[in-house]
Design a binder for this molecule. Structure first.
Ligand SMILES: Cc1cc2nc3c(=O)[nH]c(=O)nc-3n(C[C@H](O)[C@H](O)[C@H](O)COP(=O)(O)OP(=O)(O)OC[C@H]3O[C@@H](n4cnc5c(N)ncnc54)[C@H](O)[C@@H]3O)c2cc1C
Length: 239
């Protein structure tokens, strides 16, 4: 498990005693269903060879705050004439920027292709800028990147980097209109990411992910779980 993920989990644990891990989609054994939450979490940990999580506020070593800017109607991927330049906007990917990067880059490059130029300036070199630049290069463009900051000083560098293409990407109201574009982006990105599996230095890999949940493992979501009020937690301020 990534340390950063563990810390997220630890933060979610604060102030709550009966936490169970949603470690498996398998139905829980009968004995486990009746176990107290603490006991079943421990049983799951032991049966899967996972060390029980010891989460207490004094174990938090760092807290980072980032934003995931997104637009209600979905990311802006749009061609616009500004002065003498053709500008293709490609921003607002919320919590899905890494996941959709290749696909959204490809869409932006397709829009740029309508202008028949072979030089392209990409502004920004986070996940979106870099993948867009690569897709453009592959399509035969001469690409120059202009950026205020380079990695590691970009938001993308702070992200989890999981494939989460539907995280904070569009409002429910606008989702139907965005669905087809989203699917194209997600499918293309997924294919590209898969092509990096097994490459030296492992830029992409399959990982087991674990979530903390109050529901017993395998139990269906209830309306109560969907609309649970946010849990308030108290964490010590950094000294
Ligand atoms: C904590 C966290 C976890 C996340 N986890 C995931 C995840 O697991 N999976 C996922 O898919 N997404 C995740 N995201 C979302 C994802 O990280 C973003 O959607 C993505 O990083 C956006 O990439 P970007 O290239 O648009 O932005 P950035 O990485 O912010 O890059 C912007 C670039 O533009 C440059 N720039 C800005 N202003 C100017 C200017 N005026 N002139 C020139 N250059 C400029 C910057 O210097 C930088 O180079 C997460 C986000 C956060 C905050």
């Amino acid at each position: 498990m990534q340390r950063r993920n563990f810390l997220k989990g630890a933060a979610a644990l604060l102030g709550t005693v009966p936490i169970q891990s949603a470690l498996s989609a398998q139905p829980a054994p009968a004995s486990q269903e009746n176990a107290t939450p603490d006991t079943s979490a421990h049983m799951l940990s032991s049966s899967r060879g996972l060390a029980p999580i010891i989460a207490t506020p004094d174990r938090i070593i760092e807290m980072n705050v980032c934003t995931r800017p997104f637009r209600l109607q979905g990311p802006r991927i749009q061609d616009e004439r500004i002065g003498r330049k053709n500008v293709v906007h490609n921003y607002g990917h919320g919590g899905s920027g890494w996941s959709l990067s290749w696909g959204t880059g490809r869409m932006a490059v397709q829009l740029a292709a309508a202008h028949g130029r072979r030089e392209l300036a990409v502004i920004g070199c986070g996940a979106i800028g870099l993948t867009t630049a690569l897709v453009a290069q592959e399509a035969g463009y001469r690409v120059t990147i202009y950026a205020k900051e380079r990695p590691p000083y970009v938001s993308s560098h702070r992200a989890t980097g999981s494939f989460t293409p539907d995280s904070r990407i569009v409002s429910a109201q606008h989702a139907p209109a965005f669905a087809s574009q989203w699917e194209q982006m997600a499918r293309y990105s997924f294919r590209r990411f898969q092509s990096y599996l097994g490459v030296d230095s492992h830029p992409i890999e399959w990982r087991d992910m674990y979530s903390l949940s109050d529901r017993p493992p395998g139990s269906p979501r209830t309306p109560e779980h969907h609309h649970r009020p946010p849990r308030t937690t108290t964490v010590p301020s950094a000294q």
